[in-house]
Design a protein around this ligand. Structure first.
Ligand code: CP3
Length: 333
């Protein structure tokens, strides 16, 4: 058994912790590799380097899981849509060529993603991961679709005209569900022990559209992961109603963002919860950090809870604050 699985099943009374974006720009050892690897997609597809980056935070901190260093946008890339990461701008995708995307077959797709699977295989047996989980992940169909049609990170309520083409949206969602399952399956077969589904742009939708674009496609993926006997964590960032999401999608763990009231979640949801803390607290004072970390740990004291953030570690975070956080969480009782 791993610490995280024990935590999910509430078999232990110690706290467990990992952090979204625990490997990334706030670590000087990551920036060192990144400075000589300008092409981010290529870096993700370098199995040796992505395995090394995955382990970097485990060498520094007593965290309970690794998450494979990769990106949700490798899926559009592997469906033939060019993705570039521009400095100080984020991802930029070429305009979608639907005919090209719909002609991609499984062999082509898996071949493109082979380095990710090789990175998982290389990482799972590393000494630093002994008795720890290796988390594999995908973007939820809706969030991947947002990037493929919008071509960059969207601003709230500001999606382009392509979203009005309902047939395009629905056809693309179906293709994405199919390929995301393939990507999940290959990560599991390579050694991922937990899968997290990131729906970073769930908050863009109105509730009347949740069924079609969030619930139904995500349920399909969640059931698929469960059929492999692997726990699945869902992170529908910005969604209005976590309770309803949990009752319909039924993940093993629900990861909450920093805008939701943890007390309300604790009172209304009876599955394992992950996350919540605003990553900005890692940039302020230790006292303020401590007060807010304590709040989450106290509220979820008698529940199954995995400590994490309500979104990823910010690039301007000082690693010494992460060290302080991990030690505080591990020693708090
Ligand atoms: O440590 C980890 O969490 C594992 C690796 C990981 C990355 N991206 C590496 C990364 C994971 C799990 C992701 C998921 C991801 N990627 C999401 C979902 C979670 C979220 O943040 O909402 C999304 C929306 C993306 C798409 C993406 N990738 C964006 C919008 C950006 C640019 C903005 C940003 O946050 O930097 C990326 C780049 C990216 N992905 C970096 C890293 C470490 C930074 C790349 C760099 O060095 O410039």
């Amino acid at each position: 058994m791993t610490v995280l699985l024990d935590c999910i099943n509430k078999k232990i009374n110690t706290n467990c912790i990992w952090l979204m974006r625990q490997a990334g720009r706030y670590l000087p050892e990551f920036r060192k590799i990144r400075s000589v690897n300008q092409d981010f997609i290529k870096l993700c597809l370098n199995a040796n380097l992505s395995s090394e980056i995955t382990i970097q935070p485990l060498k520094r901190f007593d965290i309970d899981a690794a998450i494979i260093f990769s990106d949700i946008l490798l899926v559009p890339h592997s469906l033939g849509q060019t993705v570039n990461f521009k400095k100080d701008f984020g991802p930029q995708l070429d305009e979608i060529d639907f005919n090209k995307v719909s002609s991609i077959d499984e062999t082509y797709f898996v071949d493109k993603l082979k380095p990710v699977y090789n990175a998982i295989k290389k990482t799972k047996d590393k000494e630093e991961l002994k008795d720890k989980d290796l988390i594999g992940f995908v973007g939820a169909p809706w969030t991947i679709l947002v990037y493929m049609l919008n071509q960059k990170s969207p601003k709230k309520e500001n999606l382009n005209h392509k979203f009005k083409d309902k047939k395009l949206v629905e056809d693309l969602l179906k293709i994405l569900v199919k390929f995301l399952k393939i990507h999940i399956e290959n990560q599991i077969n390579s050694g991922a022990t937990i899968i997290q589904i990131f729906d970073s742009w769930a908050g863009l939708l109105k509730e009347k559209d949740y069924d079609k674009y969030i619930y139904n496609p995500t349920i399909d993926l969640v059931n698929f992961v469960k059929s492999k006997n692997i726990p699945v964590i869902c992170f529908p960032k910005g969604i209005n109603d976590y309770k309803n999401y949990v009752s319909l999608v039924k993940p093993d763990v629900i990861s909450i963002d920093y805008d939701v009231d943890p007390k309300k979640i604790s009172d209304s949801i009876d599955i394992a919860v992950q996350g919540g803390l605003n990553p900005n607290f890692l940039i302020g004072s230790k006292d303020e950090l401590k007060t807010n970390v304590r709040k989450y740990l106290d509220i979820f004291r008698d529940k199954s809870y995995i400590f994490n953030l309500g979104h990823g570690v910010l690039p301007n975070t000082n690693p010494s604050m992460v060290d302080y956080l991990v030690k505080f969480v591990k020693n708090y009782s």
